[in-house]
Write a protein that binds this ligand. Structure first.
Ligand code: SF4
Length: 474
């Protein structure tokens, strides 16, 4: 199921606490991500200068974001020139209805999909299933989570939380699966999917990069399933966020290896295809019709934010999730969003509402590992702080407002401040028996912190005493 549910703060706390308490699952995740780190580090060493590569990739994506309106127009014009139909979707509903319209017009029944997080974002599968279409994910990880009726756990490794035996049990619901050996599991999925490709009327894919200069779409993958999805059915629909632009075809020479290395520790992903429209007269391969849906869905709101617009540089490699100590402990489903981890916590409040998703910005230790690992140098951990700041200035918590006003009142009246100091000391002493219990108004705060004893004298008292002693020549 590719449904993203809106999880309020309480639900997030509940789900994350549950995963954090599951030591086995956490260990399993950490082992998997440990393997990723080792491979990635080794591959990074193969670059002559990884930091220079990061700077180069960040520059290219900065240029793309700075020139976005112009590049999008160029991209559209070139797509049309190549025979592709273009649809601009301002929100998820427009994108859903356009795709539904094509399927109905073509009398389609069977749809094959390759991995596209943008389609997860618009909840496409649930719509198409409700409308009676047979929709199948062809990426192995996506296929597994779809069969298990759950959302991807991680936007690059969708089924990373499932153990081999669990995957076998999921497959057993479809047909007899001989073993939980990885090769046998892959062959099982392959067998099921072959027939789906042959029957599919429409193929739906995403797009890792849109090349403005040529009107091409570049897709990187490891299984070859996207190639079959895009090329075998008569109609191909690619859905992509408007931020996926690259100015030039030659930019792929840096961005594609960077994506492979940061995402999966590979020098480059196994299959890198460039799609340039439907097949031309005389050509034997390719779809008869190609559509590109360009989705905004909140991206222009982020583009208009001068402080945080660099988040649109994201190439969805997933590296910031892989190094995040919070992700490793609470897993992907706890976020309740299409994009998990640090980048999800940064972009989701822009796409879906600051107040509803501000709590994700607090799910961070602010260690900065995400920023350090990001191949396009997005200032992730500072953005998390900015989201906290923006959410509080938009809706200051009532208690905080009252407390700050009280402080301001007392701190601008020295006599009141002096009176308050011994009173605060007395209050602290009197409240000692209930400190740390549920009767304590600061219970949640103190559950994980110890309030130190108040000093016997204030700084002011100490300073005055010292001055007097100096005068008395002591
Ligand atoms: S923010 Fe950076 S590290 Fe995270 S997914 Fe995007 S490109 Fe990768």
């Amino acid at each position: 199921m590719s449904e993203t549910k809106i999880i309020p703060l309480q639900q997030f706390k509940h789900d994350s606490a549950e995963v954090a308490a599951d030591g086995d699952r956490r260990e399993f995740l950490r082992t998997a991500l440990g393997g990723y780190m080792n491979t990635r580090t080794a591959t990074q060493h193969g670059y002559q200068d990884w930091e220079a590569a990061r700077s180069g990739a960040a520059e290219i994506k900065w240029e793309a974001i700075d020139r976005l309106p112009e590049l999008l127009e160029q991209f559209e014009a070139n797509l049309i020139k190549n025979g592709t139909k273009v649809f601009w979707a301002s929100d998820e509903e427009e994108a859903r209805q356009y795709i539904l319209g094509i399927l109905r017009e073509k009398n389609a029944k069977h749809v094959i999909k390759s991995k596209t997080m943008t389609s997860e974002e618009i909840h496409l599968n649930s719509l198409l299933e409700a409308e009676g279409f047979d929709v199948v994910e062809s990426d192995l990880g996506e296929y597994i989570v779809q069969q298990n009726k759950e959302a991807p756990y991680h936007f690059v490794f969708p089924c990373m939380h499932l153990k081999r035996a669990e995957i076998k049990a999921i497959f057993e619901k479809i047909a007899a699966c001989p073993s939980d050996d990885p090769e046998a599991l892959t062959m099982f999925a392959r067998q099921q999917l072959r027939e789906k490709y042959l029957r599919a009327d429409v193929g739906i894919s995403g797009g890792n990069f849109g090349i403005a200069e040529t009107g091409h779409i570049a897709i990187t993958e490891n299984e070859g399933n996207a190639r079959l999805t895009c090329a075998m059915p008569k109609v191909h629909i690619a859905i992509m966020g408007i931020e996926k632009m690259l100015p030039r075809l030659s930019d792929l020479s840096l961005l594609q290896p960077m994506l492979g290395t940061a995402g999966a520790g590979q020098r480059i992903t196994c299959y890198n295809s460039i799609y340039g429209g439907p097949k031309k007269p005389g050509e034997t391969d390719g779809p008869e019709e190609m559509h590109v849906v360009l989705l905004d869905n909140g991206r222009t709101t982020l583009l208009a934010d001068p402080e945080q617009r660099d988040a649109l540089r994201c190439i969805r490699c997933g590296a910031c999730l892989n190094v995040c100590p919070i992700f490793k402990n609470i897993g992907g489903h706890s976020y309740g969003t299409t994009y998990q981890g640090p980048i999800g916590a940064v972009i989701t409040p822009h796409y879906k509402g600051l107040q509803e998703f501000k709590h994700l910005a607090y799910a961070s230790s602010l260690c900065g590992a995400c920023t350090e690992t990001c191949p396009v140098k997005i200032d992730l951990h500072h953005h998390l702080l900015r989201i906290r700041r923006n959410s509080v200035s938009e809706h200051p918590p009532l208690m905080e407002k009252v407390a700050m006003k009280g402080f301001a009142f007392a701190f601008t009246r020295p006599w009141l401040y002096h009176l308050g100091t011994p009173l605060a000391r007395l209050g602290h002493w009197l409240s000692k028996p209930i400190q740390g219990t549920k009767l304590d108004p600061g219970y949640l705060w103190r559950k994980t912190r110890t309030l130190p004893d108040m000093p016997k004298e204030s700084f002011h008292e100490w300073f005055e005493k010292r001055e007097q002693q100096k005068k008395a020549g002591k």
